[in-house]
Design a protein around this ligand. Sequence first.
Ligand code: SF4
Length: 358
Amino acid sequence: MTSSSTEPTPAAAPGPPPGAGDDAFLSVRDLYVHFHTEDGTVKAVDGLSFDLPRGRTLGIVGESGSGKSVTNLAVLGLHDPRHTTVRGHIRLAGQELTGAPERTLEKLRGNTMAMIFQDSLTALSPYYTVGRQIAEPYRKHTGASRREARRRAVEMLAKVGIPEAGRRVDDYPHQFSGGMRQRAMIAMALVNNPDLLIADEPTTALDVTVQAQILDLLQDLQREFGSAIILITHDLGVVAEVADDLLVMYAGRAVERGPVREVLREPRHPYTWGLLDSMPRLTGAPDAPLTPIPGAPPSLLSPPAGCPFHPRCAFTAEAGPDRCAGERPSLPPEPSAGGRGAACHLTAEQRRNLRRSR
Ligand code: SF4
């Protein structure tokens, strides 16, 4: 994991992090990821907590720069310690990862936890066959022979729906279509039956039909292996299809969380309202005009005081402009899976009235 260049990084905590859910396979508490740049400190993740049990899928949504991918790179221990401070607790199956030695994290990556990236072309090397790239992590973690590992690669390619897997295993990535490469990358990620799978925009580059196939595949594989999945996306439609729980991030913080159906049916945070209003598939009539969220996400070099969404929020008058600009709203302390909450100063009654009048 990471260490600090300018700020102290606490040593790995020996006991459970405060408030960790008992049944959480992955428990993140008070996570801060700060990048030290020439222009100053970028607070990419700024106090994030969530739990994820086995066999469940957590969708993390938010605009670019909201901290979704940075959070998950921290879980995998992939930030450069020379420029990054990671503080807080990341606990996987009882093991504290923050401050853990690189050799421990390297052993966990590709074995206990694995990642599917958005762009299969950058994740797969053009110089090696697809089969070799699936077989190598298997050999590394199991000590299997080349023959056994090749057999496993064929098995995994067949499992992810590559036709004639026994023949295609010797193809190079450029001989695969975009959808097939994405499947091959999923096969590579799943070859050691990871308990935690992190999928970062796994279907963004694919057409709608292939996207649906890949999402079905992830769900099938989760049923088979019982993995916990984090699905990072900007697409609430994708989340609605496959996630159990939803975490909405803005400016490096969680602004809303809860079971995905509840959040989509009755969103509580004005930012979530904005995300939903900008998506035709989830707002009723397919030809309804889209309403983009005005303005742009804040600079994380100097995020706004108070609620980070207040410069773009249309409801500060109801919540109290001074309060929105001066007091940071907190998310109720229920990070366990299924816990419901929104970081907003609006009262429940104000929210109901505003939603009804929109
Ligand atoms: Fe809008 Fe204020 Fe709620 Fe932030 S706290 S989302 S600015 S109403």
